[in-house]
Design a protein around this ligand. Structure first.
Ligand code: EPZ
Length: 427
C-alpha cells in the first residue's frame, strides 16, 4: 500500500504555489454543460476529483482535451444524455453538481442518489426543495433521482434553510436558463460561488449578488463558451500556512497563487494564536510561531471559519499553551482526525460537536490513517512537527484534493515522501 512518510523537525523555507481551487474547478466543469461548444478552463488542479468529474462529463457525451497539466478544453456540443451514474457519484458527491446544468440544458437530469460519506449524512434535500420551487418535479427509483422540468424552468424566490454551498450552486446553474427572475435568499457566500457566477456571466448569464446572502438571476435563453481561469485554492493555501506556522525557518515561507482575502477568518484566528504573517503579492508570508495561544474556534459558512481548515488548525490548538474548544457546526462527523492526532500524543476529548483540547508540549510520530481529505493532509502536516517518523496511510483521500502535496512540501525542505509498504491486511 502507498503511504506518506514524514520525518519531523525539518525547517521549511522558500515559496510554494497553490493550485486552482478543487471546490471551484468541479462546479465550473459542470457549468460547461450549460452551453454547446468548447470551453477552456485554465489553472485547473490535476487531482483525482477533477478526473472523476471529467469521467462524468465524458459519460454524457462531452469531449475533454487536456491542453496541458492545468488547462482543459471541454467540448459539450455532443452531450446527449442527462445521467450521472452511480459508480461516479459514489466516488465523488460533487458529481451532483451536474444536476442544475442538466436541468438548465435539457429540463431533465438523472442522478444517482449520493450516499453519505465520512463527514456525515450529506443530504441534498435543500437542492431538491430549491429546484422544486423552479418547477422541477422529482422521483426516486432504484437509487436514482429523476428530475424533470416538464413545463420548463420558471424563475422564483427561494429561501434556503441553511446556506448550503452545493444547493446554492445547483440553483444558480439551473436558474440561469429559467424563464424570468430567481432570487436565492440565505445563499452560500463562498469565494468558489463567486468564481462560478463570474464564469456564468462571462458566458452571457445575468447573475447578481454572488458572494452575498441574496443572489438574483435573470434567466437567459442562451449561453456561449468562454475561457476562464479557476481561482487559487484557499484551503490548500491554509494548509501550507499552518505548516509554516509550525516549521518555517527564520525567513518564513511564502504561500502564493491565491487571494488572501478568501482566508480572512483563518488569518485572524492564526494571529490570535500568536502567529505573525504579512500579505504579499498573490499570497501570504508566514513565520514560525514561538508558541501558540489557545483560541476557541467554531466552523461556520463563509465568511466564518471554514470547516475545511478545522483539522489543520487543530494541530496548533493541540500544541497551544492551555485549553481551547473547536466546535464543528457544518458536518456531523468531522472529528475522526482528532482521534488520529491523539495517537500522536495530543490531548483531545470529543463531546458531541465540540473538541475539547488541552495543549501538550510536543507530538510524536506514529502510524496513522487518513480519515478524509482534509484530515489526511493535516496528519502529514502534524508529522512535520512531531518527533520521529509519522506514516500516513489511506492517502487516496489526500490525492482527491491536493496536487503534488509531498513534492511541494519537500521543495520547502520537509523530509517527506510517498512510498509503498507491504499491506498489513494482506500480510
Ligand atoms: C462543499 O460541500 C465543499 N465541497 C466541502 O468541501 C465544504 O466542506 C462544504 O462545501 C462547506 O464549505 C465541494 O465544494 C465539492 P454544503 P457541500 O451543501 O456543497 C448539509 C472538501 O474538503 N446539507 O454547504 O456538500 C450537509 O449535510 C469538502 O473540500 C443538507 O442537510 O456543502 C452538510 O452538513 C468537504 N442538505 C452541510 O449542510 C442539503 O441539501 C453543508 O453542506 C445540502 C447540505
Amino acid at each position: 500500500m502507498d503511504i506518506i512518510r514524514v520525518e519531523g523537525g525539518h525547517a521549511l523555507g522558500g515559496t510554494v504555489s497553490v493550485s486552482g481551487a478543487k471546490n471551484s474547478a468541479l462546479k465550473l466543469m459542470a457549468a460547461t454543460l450549460l452551453t454547446c461548444g468548447r470551453t477552456t478552463l485554465t489553472n485547473v488542479p490535476d487531482i483525482a476529483d477533477v478526473h472523476v468529474m471529467g469521467k462524468v462529463l465524458k459519460g454524457i457525451g462531452a469531449k475533454i482535451d487536456v491542453i496541458d497539466e492545468h488547462t482543459l478544453e471541454i467540448d459539450t456540443s455532443a452531450v446527449d444524455s442527462w445521467e450521472a451514474p452511480y459508480e461516479l457519484v459514489a466516488q465523488m458527491r460533487a458529481s451532483t453538481a451536474v444536476m442544475g446544468p442538466l436541468l438548465g440544458r435539457f429540463g431533465r437530469a438523472k442522478i444517482a442518489m449520493p450516499g453519505g460519506c465520512n463527514l456525515g449524512a450529506r443530504k441534498i434535500d435543500l437542492h431538491i426543495l430549491g429546484l422544486e420551487t423552479l418547477g422541477v418535479s422529482f422521483d426516486t427509483d432504484h437509487g436514482y433521482i429523476h428530475a424533470r422540468a416538464t413545463e420548463g424552468l420558471v424563475g422564483s424566490s427561494v429561501a434556503l434553510d441553511f446556506p448550503s454551498v452545493g444547493a446554492t450552486e445547483n440553483l444558480i446553474m439551473a436558474a440561469v436558463r429559467a424563464k424570468g427572475e430567481t432570487i436565492i435568499d440565505n445563499a452560500a457566500c463562498e469565494p468558489e460561488i463567486t468564481d462560478l457566477a463570474t464564469m456564468l456571466n462571462e458566458m452571457g448569464a445575468c447573475v447578481r449578488g454572488a458572494g452575498t446572502p441574496v443572489v438574483t438571476i435573470e434567466g437567459v435563453s442562451e449561453l456561449h463558451p468562454v475561457e476562464h481561469r479557476v481561482i487559487g485554492d484557499r484551503i490548500e493555501a491554509g494548509t501550507f500556512l499552518v505548516a509554516g506556522a509550525l516549521m518555517a525557518d527564520a525567513a518564513g515561507i511564502e504561500v502564493v497563487g491565491f487571494n488572501p482575502t478568501h482566508l480572512g477568518m483563518v488569518l485572524k484566528k492564526l494571529e490570535l494564536m500568536g502567529v505573525s504573517y504579512r500579505r504579499c503579492d498573490h499570497g501570504v508570508r508566514i513565520r514560525r510561531a514561538s508558541a501558540f495561544e489557545p483560541v476557541d474556534i467554531q466552523t461556520l459558512p463563509y465568511p466564518g471559519f471554514p470547516t475545511d481548515m478545522q483539522a489543520q488548525v487543530m494541530i496548533l490548538s493541540a500544541l497551544a499553551r492551555g485549553g481551547s474548544v473547536i466546535t464543528e457546526n457544518i458536518f456531523e462527523n468531522r472529528f475522526m482526525f482528532a482521534s488520529e492526532l491523539v495517537r500522536m500524543g495530543a490531548n483531545i476529548r470529543i463531546e458531541s460537536h465540540h473538541a475539547v483540547i488541552h495543549g501538550v508540549g510536543n507530538l510524536s510520530g506514529a502510524q496513522v490513517v487518513a480519515p478524509d481529505l482534509r484530515g489526511g493532509a493535516a496528519l502529514v502536516v502534524a508529522g512535520l512537527v512531531a518527533e520521529g517518523t509519522t506514516e500516513v496511510s489511506s492517502i487516496h483521500h489526500i490525492d482527491r484534493g491536493y496536487e503534488h502535496f509531498t513534492e511541494k512540501l519537500a521543495a520547502l525542505g520537509a523530509a517527506v515522501a510517498r512510498t509503498t509498504v507491504p499491506d498489513p491486511v494482506e500480510g
